[in-house]
Write a protein that binds this ligand. Structure first.
Ligand code: MG
Length: 267
């Protein structure tokens, strides 16, 4: 199942996304947020609607998380490019929900930063409350689906501050979407790519994670309670780099779609 969140007649709705004659369309309204259905996406009764092309919809971030947990340095070649050691356990940090940005929304660079970088990543959406998972427990029932995330970063501030709250936490620094789907398998390997102005900059695959999703989710759950709808950004492949006003960044996760955002300077 694939779904999005969008504005219709001034109201936010969740909508089922289906391929109709090879084109992705929003075909049904979901009665409530799939995250509130605690992983029972297939069982939600839905309402008919006039189909809307996904490409034409007024999309919103498809998640409403209580928190966004990010994994740093989860691809070996990315740790190398930033000159970091390969971590021996997952390195996690938070982005605030106020940093969320819709697909197509404008990322606003703060004047205080001289270098803002894109980081294309696979996002994981949590389906049900998850705390202190044991090493034997299967994490898959706790996953509602997957999406694209741009873990946008003020790199100079990240290097300057001991804590990354500021560098990672500006408003608009967490574009997410366009949809959430449960139809991909990151354990089997899913391509994650980023382009800037149409030029390929990052090309990774989730099979190259240093820490697989089960390790990551178990690790986080032993620190904090993950709630339905919480978002995990799973780390970025090599090829991160700076962008400036006017640039367009596209993060593509195969089987999810493309998350496209333009960069502007804050006025
Ligand atoms: Mg990142």
């Amino acid at each position: 199942m694939k779904y999005c969140r969008f504005q219709l007649n001034g109201q936010p709705h969740y909508g089922l996304v289906e391929s109709v004659s090879g084109v992705e369309k929003i075909t049904r309204l979901l009665p409530r947020s799939p995250q509130a259905a605690a992983g029972e996406m297939e069982d939600l009764p839905s309402k008919r609607m006039d189909h809307i092309l996904l490409a034409n919809a007024a999309l919103l971030p498809p998640v409403q998380p209580s928190k966004i947990v990010c994994v740093g340095r989860n691809y070996r070649e990315h740790a190398d490019e930033l000159g970091h050691e390969i971590p021996t356990e997952p390195l996690i940090f938070l982005k605030p929900p106020s940093s969320l940005l819709a697909p197509g929304g404008i990322i606003r660079r703060p004047g205080i930063s001289e270098q803002t970088d894109y980081e294309g990543e696979l996002g994981v959406v949590i389906s049900k409350t998850c705390y202190e998972l044991s090493p034997e427990e299967d994490v898959r029932p706790y996953i509602l689906g997957y999406t694209c995330v741009n873990d946008f970063t003020a790199r100079d501030l990240q290097n300057k501050d001991d804590q990354w709250t500021r560098a990672k936490g500006f408003d608009t620094f967490c574009p997410v979407g366009p949809v959430v789907t449960d139809e991909i398998d990151p354990w089997a390997g899913v391509p994650v790519e980023t382009t800037v102005n149409g030029i390929l900059r990052q090309q990774g695959n989730t099979r190259d994670f240093i820490f697989a999703l089960d390790i990551v989710i178990r690790y986080i759950s032993n620190v904090m309670t993950l709630l339905p709808g919480d978002l995990i950004a799973t780390g970025t492949p090599k090829g991160v780099g700076p962008v400036k006003a006017g640039d367009v960044v596209e993060v593509r996760v195969e089987g999810v779609g493309t998350l496209k955002n333009r960069i502007e300077d804050r006025s």
